[in-house]
Design a protein around this ligand. Structure first.
Ligand SMILES: Nc1ncnc2c1ncn2[C@@H]1O[C@H](COP(=O)(O)OP(=O)(O)OP(=O)(O)O)[C@@H](O)[C@H]1O
Ligand SMILES: [Mg+2]
Length: 466
């Protein structure tokens, strides 16, 4: 064996031993050649018990047909993202998502490797969440739940604006609240999507029925289907009968946030529910009618999502029957001062302070700033300032540095240390060059007329500062 081979092997071994996924590799006969400690933990065995032995000898509950490793050796076809729920040798219920791949050398199968992602904790958490939601949302069976008990706390009057087109948007929201058509809400992060969605629910005839919100990006895609539609006993080993969010939200509103993170096959299933009003639990045979208003939201434009194939166009057309496009804060600058005052009142109350005004140069700065985080960012800026100030007036030194240093273009003369200013200019130029070249360092360096290595070095430095 040559030296680099051994070294490569060592490196590979230590990488595979430290990652968070379980890894189990067998040779063409089914004898284990690699087994990391995560895999051992999932299976409830010691690594030594498995290494060098045939899988069927170590895991007596498996057969040639049920072992995915042996199956892949037989078929030479990979199996991707298969959800498995099983009791391991120690009786512990384990949930994993497995990918099993054939190992081919010169067209010959020499073994197979299985990569298992542990979802046990996430699954337990999501089920706990479902149980809790089922408990606090007894559905329409409860005669008159108190106001606000539905899970939505905001009303339309909580949406603060002085902007004419934003006021029209509020009027539109009040109107569409009366029907049950699906709604698609689009707005950049922090523009108030959730605020609008909750307010619509509370202005609707469904106000005393459940309001359930689910962020589609927050749950591993392999679990999302069961969470939304429920599961039926036996749909996979270990699955129990449980209702999904559609059933829990029955009579009310289901808010699907970041719908473009929902896997496309689940989007297709959602479209069917929207079309026929029937849901079928995962693994179930019966279809049950549900009466749920769907509101979906995204913080990226639909056209972009369709083009990038994260949103099905047929689902988009169905959802977009009613749409609400919430403009970013920089397009309604008239609201900045009004919202700032609103948040000052809020934090005066929370912090027991008596802030009464914002200095003119801060207001100028706020007008010039682009607010990429929109209203949420403005709220955080006020909260942050009110944490560190003592007097009655918010002035420049209380404003978070990334806003204060953003360099507005108004008549303010805002001096800062030369070194800092130069570095900031450099950072902005680099960001701009990378944006123009889609992140291509070689081309960006050319644009900036500096060697690629220099740009690389500067980038490393910038990243270290952040
Ligand atoms: N017009 C408004 N009036 C008062 N508060 C607002 C307004 N718009 C947004 N907010 C507040 O800003 C914060 C962010 O709003 P929200 O959570 O609805 O944003 P979002 O669009 O859902 O953001 P994300 O895409 O990041 O989820 C909340 O605290 C909300 O109460
Ligand atoms: Mg939101």
């Amino acid at each position: 064996m040559n030296l680099t081979d051994t070294k490569d092997k060592e490196i590979l071994h230590s990488i595979l031993s430290t990652i968070d996924e379980g890894i189990h590799a067998v040779d063409a006969k089914g004898v284990t050649i690699f087994y990391n400690h995560v895999a051992a933990k999932l299976d409830g065995v010691e690594g030594e018990e498995v290494l060098g032995k045939h899988v069927l000898d170590v895991f007596p509950s498996l057969t040639v047909e049920t072992s995915t490793l042996l199956k892949v050796i037989h078929t030479k076809q990979p199996i991707h993202n298969q959800h498995q729920s099983y009791h391991n040798i120690r009786g512990v219920l384990i949930d994993t998502v497995n990918t099993t791949l054939p190992i081919m050398v010169n067209g010959e199968i020499v073994g197979a490797v299985e990569i298992a992602k542990d979802l046990t904790k996430i699954k337990q958490l999501s089920e706990k969440l479902l149980d809790l939601q089922a408990k606090v949302e007894p559905g329409i069976s409860q005669p008159h739940p108190a106001k606000g008990e539905s899970g939505a706390k905001y009303q339309l009057i909580d949406i603060i604006t002085n902007d004419l087109s934003f006021k029209q948007l509020k009027e539109k929201a009040a109107k569409v609240a009366q029907t049950s058509s699906p709604i698609l809400v689009y707005g950049e992060t922090g523009t108030g999507k959730e605020l609008f969605v909750q307010a619509i629910h509370n202005a609707s005839p469904r106000r005393s029925a459940p309001f359930i919100a689910q962020n589609c990006a927050a749950i591993p895609s392999s679990l999302l289907e069961g969470i939304l539609f429920g599961t039926s006993k036996g749909s996979y080993t270990g699955a129990t009968d449980r209702p999904g969010l559609f059933e829990i939200a029955n009579g009310g509103t289901l808010f699907l946030d970041e719908i473009n993170s929902m896997p496309l096959d689940i989007q297709a299933k959602l479209l069917r529910v929207l079309e026929n009003g029937l849901i079928r639990r995962v693994g179930g045979t019966k279809e049950n009618p549900v009466n749920v208003r769907i509101i979906a939201a995204m913080n990226e434009p639909a056209e972009k999502c369709i083009e990038e194939k994260t949103l099905r166009s047929d689902l988009y057309f169905r959802l977009n029957v009613v749409n609400l496009n919430i403009p970013p804060l920089r397009e309604r600058k008239g609201d900045i001062a009004l919202l700032a005052e609103h948040f000052i009142r809020k934090y005066n109350f929370q912090f027991g302070k008596l802030v009464t005004q914002i200095s003119d140069d801060v207001l100028d700065l706020f007008q010039d700033y682009s607010w990429p985080g929109n209203v949420r960012e403005l709220e955080h800026a006020i909260e942050s300032a009110m944490n560190i100030m003592d007097g009655h007036t918010i002035s420049i030194e209380h404003v978070p540095q990334h806003i204060a240093g953003s360099g507005g273009t108004s008549n303010r003369v805002h001096l800062k240390p030369l070194r800092e200013a130069l570095m900031e200019t450099e950072r902005n130029l680099i960001t701009e060059a990378l944006r123009k070249t889609d992140g291509n360092i070689q081309q960006a360096a050319k644009l900036l007329n500096i060697p690629r290595q220099t740009l690389q070095y500067k980038l490393t430095k910038i990243n270290a500062e952040n």
